[in-house]
Design a protein around this ligand. Structure first.
Ligand code: Q9C
Ligand code: ZN
Length: 342
């Protein structure tokens, strides 16, 4: 399996987030990728490759042009105001306020294009974000070109990003960009299997009214967990997309036995759909010692997850999402890929 990686993720570092009302160093940090590379390097998985540049066009198929323009300009607007520290939004609209206005100033734009304070920006953020999208698209090149699988080692992650909104550490929705690219390259039916601990609200929203991309999400119950306002079991898609979105919310404390029951159900949906290709939004923040999560999966469980995904017997692109227990993230990702390859 080829692993697509770029050192350009290192530009997205030194940023912060709000945790329990306090400003703390971001959990979504460069060491995550270093640990994954270490663990993969210790196993016979195949080769590391660099992404090829794909430009903005494939991003604009799932994201709004004004949003992508904002992402490319945000840091220069922020620093033009004389701010030499990380950019963070702190103003948002309430329901009933205007959604059709993009304010002129950076604080207004930051609020307009975000849903939380999870997307802190620094000088190298946009370059890292664009590299991550190129990584996902290079994975599409490989799998659409006939490889059975590939691992897009994206950072920052993507599944919380909507068409026009960043949040939850995510700027560009790498998995959604990849799924759309598979469609554009001739796959009739694309399934996205999101196994990150958090609901992939952005991915769901992007494909919610479409029957050509099945989105299956296994995640912490949003009654208890971020993103709180999407990810419930009664969200099944709308219009032509009705029946092509499946949510499997699980309570805090869920262990592999409960979690794997949902995985089996999601895989049954993918089989019934007849997916030509599967995009796995691979978060390993389901791990028992994840610092911001409340599931109980253990490292050997990821071997079984990989094996279950392999049993779908479909071309598969793994796209990295969350996972914040830095000491275990490498083993958990490598176990997933090893379980898939065996
Ligand atoms: N500040 C992904 O796993 N906030 N995103 C948690 C701590 C958001 C997680 C509270 C968590 C987002 C890709
Ligand atoms: Zn997550």
């Amino acid at each position: 399996m080829k692993i697509i990686h770029s050192p350009r993720h290192l530009g997205h570092s030194g940023h912060v987030e709000l945790m329990n009302g306090q400003v703390v160093p971001a959990f979504e940090k460069p060491e995550r990728v270093a640990m994954i590379l270490n663990a993969i390097g210790e196993r016979p998985f195949g080769t590391l490759i660099e992404p090829a540049a794909h430009g903005l066009e494939p991003l604009l198929k799932v994201h709004d042009a004004a949003y992508v323009r904002f992402l490319t300009n945000a840091w220069s607007l922020w620093t033009a105001d004389g701010r030499d520290f990380p950019a963070l939004p702190s103003f948002w609209r309430a329901p009933g306020m205007r959604t059709d206005i993009e304010p002129e100033t950076i604080d207004g734009k930051l609020g307009h294009f975000s849903f939380d304070a999870g997307c802190c920006m620094v000088a190298g953020t946009w370059d890292a974000v664009q590299a991550a999208a190129d990584i996902a698209l290079t994975g599409v090149d490989l799998v659409a070109g006939g490889e059975k699988s590939a691992f897009a080692l994206c950072r920052p992650p993507g599944h919380h990003a909507h068409a026009g909104t960043m949040g939850g550490y995510c700027f560009i929705n790498n998995a959604a960009v990849a799924a759309q690219s598979f469609r554009d390259r001739g796959a009739a039916r694309v399934a996205i299997l999101d196994v990150d601990y958090h609901h992939g609200n952005g991915t769901q929203a992007i494909f919610y009214d479409r029957p050509d991309v099945l989105v299956c999400n296994i995640h912490a119950d949003p009654l208890q967990e971020f993103p709180y306002f999407l990810g419930y079991a009664d969200e099944i898609g709308s219009g032509a997309g009705e029946g092509f979105n499946a949510n499997f919310p699980l309570r805090w404390g869920t262990d592999y036995s409960g979690w794997s029951t949902a995985l089996d159900a999601a895989c049954a949906r993918i089989d019934a759909f007849g997916a030509d290709v599967v995009v796995v939004s691979l978060g390993v923040d389901t791990y028992k010692d994840d610092p911001i999560s409340q599931f109980q999966l253990d490292s050997p469980d990821y071997l079984k997850i990989g094996a279950r995904i392999a049993a779908l017997s479909r071309p598969t692109l793994f796209v990295m999402e969350g996972g914040y227990a830095v000491e275990a993230i490498g083993v958990n990702v490598a176990n997933t890929l090893e379980g898939f390859l065996q």
